[in-house]
Write a protein that binds this ligand. Structure first.
Ligand code: AMP
Ligand code: MG
Length: 500
């Protein structure tokens, strides 16, 4: 089969020799295209319009790599659940190459599930159709919610079975990312390499993600600062949609600020900050409410790796990174509050109101928690209340009077913004519906769609769900089954699994 040509420009392979192993994907016996993200392919300017399904399947299993591809397995380390693994790396993934998209942004195109690499340890190098479609759904949902994320370009079944608890159909996911540089990539070179390697990686990262920092007096401290800002913004966005990553190991934190590695992640239903879904997270390290603290913990590991580059005097270096790290909590709260204000329908964020607005948001969450109310619907139906209709909101509570006192306070706060500017109030409900989703990828719907795709090869439920999660704010979906929470008993039992 003649391979198509993508316009690759493989900077990681070119500039960072020794940071990866060149490697080829395994051969798929019977490639079949399961999913193709045409809008994303268009954004990347990939010449796939003339390719038929067989050619696409061959390309996206790795059987016929596009011309110019330079597949490599990247090496990295990582703290997993707090314990350090000095050498992880792409055990079942390959960076195929980089392209410049239509907006001039450099994007990685990578495979996951493309066979064992020298970093595979005991793993089989494979991935199953279900979990890869899960990555499609959650990534597209996050993207539609306006949250930075890697995205799925394609899923192709390999025709080879994968042994998990049962035999499952195998697949390769093609993933697009701003880069795959992780905190763990820095940790690898900080612990096993030369100081020169950390510097090289840091310079590469600056050139790729923060080129404006190259001329600053302390570029590596500035890099820590920029990465920390991006994480503060990202985690605040997660928290404001009830997203639980589930496995925030340092190898799963991208310096680009994108959400990466959708394994045992899930969206919260009834609001409870202690929520954990992952079956392997026994002690709740990565529980919903811990996510900001864990992000800071991971950033501290990043800072440690950078220390020797920051100042020759170790004490000075520590003092400088500590200052950046100490700013994280405040930055996170600023981003969180900005998001919460929008969710509450408040537009005029005066610093003088910060403390009382934060308390208003926190108290709303306490009302949702006490009432075991669905997080997504609780926020969404506040927009109905803003439009003058309280009953859909009250109906979420066992006692419809439960939100009463809080609503009085919220209305008073809204009125204080509207005084003299009635136009502020009139658009409130609509503005709230643009930031409070009606559709998230609800766990029971995701499972249902994946089971149909994996067990029966029926992709229709997956496609319907994908269509819905791509329009999360669309009021037309308010009455659809995708807006409905799972029965409480189902959520209570819900667990997600890693190692997929
Ligand atoms: P993850 O939990 O997906 O972030 O992966 C953690 C590490 O385990 C990475 O080094 C992966 O490459 C590796 N890994 C996960 N699953 C497999 C597998 N089935 N085969 C080989 N390596 C794997
Ligand atoms: Mg990972």
């Amino acid at each position: 089969m003649t391979a198509t040509a993508f316009t690759f420009d493989n900077s990681y392979a070119r500039d960072l020799e020794g940071f990866y192993v060149p490697w080829q994907p395994a051969v798929a016996p019977e490639p079949r295209l399961v999913f193709l993200n045409r809008p994303l392919a268009e954004e990347l300017a990939l010449p796939i319009a003339s390719m038929d399904d067989a050619a696409l399947a061959a390309t996206f299993t790795g059987n016929a790599l596009p011309e110019g591809a330079q597949p490599i397995a990247q090496v990295y380390a990582g703290h997993q659940f707090g314990g350090f693994s000095p050498r992880l790396g792409d055990g079942r993934a390959l960076l195929v190459g980089e392209v410049i998209d239509r907006h001039g942004r450099r994007r990685d195109i990578a495979f996951k599930g493309s066979g064992r690499t020298p970093f595979a340890r005991n793993g089989d190098g494979k991935a199953a159709v279900g979990p890869m479609l899960r990555e499609v759904l959650i990534g597209e949902a996050m993207h539609a919610l306006g949250i930075p994320t890697t995205r799925a370009l394609a899923v192709a079944a390999t025709g080879a079975p994968v042994a998990r608890d049962e035999m499952l159909p195998g697949a390769v996911l093609t993933r697009v990312a701003a880069s795959h540089i992780r905190v763990g990539t820095f940790q690898y070179f900080a612990t096993s390499g030369e100081e020169g390697d950390v510097r090289k990686l840091a310079e590469y990262t600056i050139a790729r993600h923060d080129p404006e920092l190259a001329g600053s007096p302390r570029p590596f401290l500035a890099l820590l600062d920029a990465v920390s800002q991006r994480q503060a913004a990202l985690i605040a966005q997660w928290m404001n949609v009830g997203f639980i990553h589930g496995v925030m190991n340092t190898d799963n934190m991208a310096l680009s600020g994108e959400t990466i590695d959708y394994g045992p992640c899930a969206f919260m239903e009834a609001y409870d900050p202690a929520t954990v879904f992952s079956s392997i997270d026994q002690y709740g390290r990565y529980a919903y409410r811990n996510q900001p603290d864990i992000a800071l913990w991971n950033l501290t590991r990043f800072a440690e790796a950078l220390l020797p580059l920051i100042d020759d005097d170790p004490e000075q270096a520590v003092a400088m990174v500590t200052e950046v790290l100490n700013a994280f909590a405040g930055r996170y709260r600023t981003h969180l509050l900005r998001g919460q204000r929008a969710k509450l329908g408040l537009v005029r964020g005066e610093p003088a109101d910060d403390a009382s607005d934060a308390a208003l948001a926190e108290d709303w969450l306490a009302v949702l928690h006490a009432g075991k109310v669905d997080f997504t619907l609780g926020w969404r139906r506040l927009a109905d209340a803003a439009a003058g209709s309280d009953s859909p909101l009250r109906a979420l509570f066992a006692d419809p009077r439960a939100p009463e006192d809080w609503l009085v306070r919220w209305r008073a706060r809204c009125t204080s913004e509207d005084s003299g500017k009635p136009e502020v109030g009139s658009g409130r409900a609509e503005a709230m519906r643009r930031v409070n989703p009606i559709v998230i990828p609800r766990n029971h719907r995701v499972e249902e769609a994946l089971a149909a795709a994996s067990d029966e090869g029926d992709l229709a439920p997956f496609e319907r769900l994908l269509d819905a999660v791509r329009r999360p704010f669309d009021e037309a979906l308010a009455a659809s089954p995708y807006a409905e929470p799972a029965p409480v008993e189902v959520t209570a039992r819900y667990q997600t699994f890693c190692g997929t």
